[in-house]
Design a protein around this ligand. Structure first.
Ligand SMILES: Cc1ncc(C[n+]2csc(CCOP(=O)(O)OP(=O)(O)O)c2C)c(N)n1
Ligand SMILES: [Mg+2]
Length: 655
């Protein structure tokens, strides 16, 4: 391969910059200026430098916990990186992310990651976004040998291969995962060899030879750009230092092995090529000195940068609400089931915004097992309505990546209990991405699907799990109870710039109600008074709303006036509406289908106890499912999920 002298100088300088950055970081860590931990890339510089040299500026990368080299090679400013390592306001993440989370969206660095392997689905999603926008941008997703055993690596390889996405999976095989040798953890001859299973090219290169890495990645990038799909590149290398700056571990490598790899120093190995291309020793020294000047400036910049404030921190969690028109004054319209109402919402938003697309298991060809996405494929095509492999963590993570890269994905989880296999992507990735990056990016992603019981699907297909998500800062949580609410809230959820957990109730899909024909949005965070009353407030969600209304109708015959409030969105919560109702009725019952213990009702009860205890004339009563997994037997299921009689009994207790 013919490489210009200029390119060789640039590769050399990048590697020196990476090395000296991490050597300085160790010093600063030992001085207590870099906190927490950081993972040195020294010894592995050729991988990032070679790979990123094969990329255009508008191509994407996702990095790992050992990500300083990835960022520097993709063009990140060392002063802002250093400020981030010191937790300062001028850092890439304004001091909220730290060493493991550096990203720069303007440079198309979509984030490093504290969770091993988690970046691969995100990179796959960015590649999907590139495909959907018909651009020829390419993604390089770095991961380690340790990461290669994670499920999402295989899910990402499979997804990218079946969809022929423009991505290069680049394994930095430094032969150890923390203390554990890959010889003890990795089956088969090589990691690259696994590509055979996905019918994509798999190549192994000397990861300490920057030109070999460059060449291999350049070939893979060309293939990706030409629409031929992903490649798995394995770069064999070695880290010179310990796993992290914090870890002070017993020896797990021999000195001989360490020495042997240090003799293959990627920087020293490039020097002869540089010299052959005409660079004098003086010129090489000049390049090295320019790096030193940059790093001196970076340390001074970082040290002078202010500490971030609590205001910066708190305002970074959620993207500001998107202005939507108020809900319609007239809620009348043709009768629709909740499934149809949701379908209308997606139909309307996909028509309005071509960035909106849907993916999930069986959502395209058959329109979903509950029919919620029926007809979308016929109208919008298979590109925007995608049947996925059964790999929830993989395709949900791809949704995150596509959202970060500018699309507005709607990811369907076929049955909500399956969300459990995606929790890293939801909780550690989607919820925290904006925050960890200093409140800059948006993650406009809707994750929707049916929860709840009532149709005999037993313990693994019937849970109500809203409390899991309401507990995680960074997520919006929506839970409609009527077709009218479902349509307006889903439209708002799709327009919102935050990850939204949109919980449908499978037993409500067939329930009918009036739904205005025109698209309309219901602002997130606004409760709805489903029935006004004087004597007692019932806060009910999802399937409990109709039961609370039936209970209210029963009690009305006895002269008891019940107010039923549906929060509709749990996060953000319309606290004012709840407190105003309690101030009027002085009595509170809370009803949800989820297990009562640690359910969302506990949060509602605490809210009222903290802010309106003086208003209460009776203790708060909560109604929720028994603390058992959902039973299969129908009589037992009915005995587990609260019914109208349970709500009536609860109301009687507070009167
Ligand atoms: C899911 C997860 N498991 C474990 C860890 C702790 N941990 C951080 S890095 C690491 C080793 C990763 O090895 P590898 O993927 O080979 O990357 P390397 O550190 O060698 O660059 C471990 C166990 C983590 N951060 N995330
Ligand atoms: Mg490793």
């Amino acid at each position: 391969m013919k490489i210009s002298g200029e390119r060789l100088e640039s590769l050399y300088t990048t590697m020196v910059k990476i090395r000296r950055f991490d050597e300085r970081t160790v010093e600063l860590f030992n001085q207590g200026l870099v906190k927490g931990t950081a993972h040195s890339y020294v010894g592995e510089e050729a991988v990032a430098a070679g790979a990123c040299a094969a990329l255009r500026e508008d191509d994407y990368i996702v990095g790992t916990h050992r990500g300083h080299g990835h960022c520097i090679a993709k063009g990140a400013r060392v002063d802002r990186m250093m400020a981030e390592l010191m937790g300062r306001q001028d850092g890439y993440c304004r001091g909220l992310g730290g060493s493991m989370h550096i990203a720069a969206l303007d440079l198309n660095i979509l984030g490093c990651n504290g969770i091993v392997a988690a970046g691969l689905p995100i990179g796959t999603g960015a590649a999907l976004a590139a495909r959907l926008t018909r651009s020829d941008r390419v993604v390089v997703a770095f991961f380690g040998d340790g990461a290669s055993s994670q499920g999402v690596v295989h899910e990402s390889l499979n997804l990218a291969a079946v969809w022929k996405l423009p991505i290069v999976f680049l394994c930095e095989n430094n032969q150890y995962a923390l203390s554990t040798s890959s010889k003890r953890t990795i089956a088969g001859e090589s990691i690259a060899g696994r590509a055979v299973a996905y019918a994509i090219p798999g190549v192994r290169v000397d990861g300490n030879d920057v030109l070999a890495v460059y060449e291999a990645v350049e070939t893979a990038v060309a293939r990706a750009r030409a629409g031929e799909g992903p490649t798995l590149v394995e770069a064999l290398t070695y880290r010179w230092g310990g796993h992290s700056m914090r870890a002070n571990l017993p020896d797990y490598r021999t000195k001989d092995e360490e020495r042997e790899w240090m003799e293959r120093d990627p920087i020293a190995r490039l020097k002869p090529a540089l010299e052959t291309a005409g660079a004098t020793l003086m010129r090489i020294k000049e390049l090295e000195e320019s790096v030193e000047v940059d790093l001196d400036r970076a340390v001074a910049f970082a040290t002078a940068s202010p500490e971030p404030t609590v205001e910066i921190m708190e305002s970074s969690v959620y993207a500001p609400p998107v202005a939507v028109a108020d809900e319609p004054a007239d809620r009348s319209g043709p009768e629709r089931t909740m499934a149809e109402a949701l379908n209308e919402a997606m139909h309307a938003e996909m028509t309005r915004d071509e960035g909106v697309f849907v993916m999930g298991e069986d959502v395209s060809l058959i329109g979903g097992i509950f029919g919620v996405t029926r007809g979308l494929r016929e109208k919008f095509g298979e590109d925007r309505v995608r049947d996925t492999p059964i790999s929830e963590a993989g395709f949900l993570g791809a949704g995150i990546g596509a959202a970060i890269a500018g699309r507005r994905p709607i990811v369907e989880i076929q049955i909500w209990d399956f969300i459990a296999v995606t929790m890293d992507q939801v909780v550690n990735q989607a919820a925290k991405f904006r925050y960890m990056l200093g409140g800059q990016p948006t993650v406009p992603l809707v994750i929707r699907g049916p929860q709840g019981g009532g149709i005999r699907l037993a313990a693994q297909h019937s849970q109500s799990l809203e409390a899991w998500f309401a507990h995680v800062p960074g997520l919006v949580v929506v839970a409609p109870s009527t077709p009218y609410d479902a349509k307006g809230l889903l439209i708002s959820a799709i327009r919102d710039d935050n990850p939204v957990i949109f919980l449908e109730h499978k037993a409500l899909y067939a329930t009918k109600g009036p739904v205005p024909a025109e698209p309309y949005a219901i602002p997130l965070g606004r409760a709805d008074v489903k029935r006004a009353g004087r004597d007692v407030t019932v806060i009910a969600t999802q399937a409990m709303v109709a039961r609370a209304l039936a209970a209210a109708a029963d009690l009305e015959k006895e002269g008891v006036s019940v107010e039923v409030i549906d929060p509709r969105t749990l996060v953000p919560l319309d606290e004012a509406a709840i407190l105003a109702s309690v101030a009027k009725t002085h009595r509170l019952v809370i009803a949800h289908e989820a297990v009562k213990r640690c359910g969302f009702g506990a949060e509602l009860a605490a809210l009222v106890a903290e802010h309106a205890l003086d208003e209460l004339d009776a203790p708060i009563v909560r109604v929720g499912a028994r603390s058992v997994p959902m039973p299969y037997n129908d009589a037992l299921e009915r005995a587990t999920i609260p019914g109208q009689a349970d709500i009536v009994a609860a109301i009687r207790r507070v009167l």
